[in-house]
Design a binder for this molecule. Structure first.
Ligand code: SF4
Length: 285
């Protein structure tokens, strides 16, 4: 079982003081402990960006992938060993720019895994360029006159693509976020959580105060999480009032439910004596 020792923060943490990533990390650790997940049965995958260090800051199995490719790696792990709990962490540019195609198909495929997107609405690691969730007019190094196209809305997309669990949290409300993450990890199917994650170094528009002035919790409005149209309506809300919480949650058959041969012959249980991966490993050296 995952213990507090496994979750000790390493001495070296390179996130900027005050970064929203700390709130996500703490919420995730608390969720892991409360769920009582087995250490050996949990795998984390991250992409490229400041969020990518999540796998370094939680001492359980982790794979730090390349930009935009969190989902192919995570889905591959799940396909090879469906007994594992697979949790992917991505950044907004990582998932909604480079990895957008993977996102769209993972949602409709309904692989049984969780995806948590650290959405700071800017590229932080590369010191402040606009991304697809940057607001119109947002001035950055790459958009000195302001972002021209409307921002991408990952929640509306996830809902119309028949996502079975669609949620949004806020890094500045750790306990609320922990509850969402626990429900996402417990969900059977593809669980998607977008998290508002203030970047205190490069996003001077969408700050903690900016979010606190606008966000409200769906639970406060007796929102019906099984109503897809109602969820979509809520996901379109932006401006003075921005909802967070679970927008949609309705289980449907997962990809594995339809793959009897994967159930019968699990890849990780096949004989490995005659398998030689030395050539493949050289690619990673
Ligand atoms: Fe966090 Fe932004 Fe610093 Fe990255 S650059 S660690 S996202 S505050």
């Amino acid at each position: 079982m995952v213990t507090l020792d496994d979750l000790k923060t390493p001495k070296t943490n390179t996130w900027c003081p005050g970064c929203g990533n700390f709130g996500i990390l703490m919420a995730f650790k608390k969720a892991l402990i409360e769920l009582g997940l087995e250490r050996e049965e949990t795998v984390l995958v991250s992409g490229i960006g400041c969020h990518g260090k999540m796998v370094n800051y939680v001492n359980i199995n982790g794979f730090h992938g390349i930009h935009g490719r969190v989902l192919p790696v995570a889905q591959g792990i799940k396909l090879a060993n469906p007994d594992l709990k697979v949790i992917g962490f991505a950044g907004d540019a990582d998932q909604y720019n480079e990895g957008w195609g993977h996102f769209a198909h993972a949602i409709r495929t309904n692989i049984d895994m969780t995806l948590i997107v650290h959405d700071n609405m800017v590229l932080g690691l590369t010191t402040g360029q606009a991304t697809s969730t940057s607001q119109q007019g947002f001035k950055s190094k790459s958009t000195p006159f302001g972002v021209i196209p409307p921002m991408l809305n990952p929640l509306t997309h996830a809902i119309v693509s028949n996502g079975s669990f669609v949620a949004r949290g806020f890094a500045g409300d750790m306990l609320h976020l922990k509850g969402i993450i626990m429900k996402a990890i417990s969900h059977k199917g593809f669980a998607f959580v977008d998290v508002f994650q203030p970047c205190v170094s490069f996003n001077y528009l969408n700050t903690y105060d900016w979010f606190r002035d606008r966000i409200y919790k769906l639970e406060e409005e007796s929102h019906d999480v099984t109503d897809q149209k109602g969820a979509l309506e809520k996901a379109f809300e932006w401006g003075d009032r921005i909802p967070i919480g679970i927008f949609y949650n309705k289980e449907r058959p997962t990809y594995h439910d339809s793959l009897q041969h994967v159930k019968d012959v699990q890849l990780t249980n096949l004989p490995k004596e005659n398998v030689d991966i030395s050539e493949t490993l050289k690619e990673f050296m």
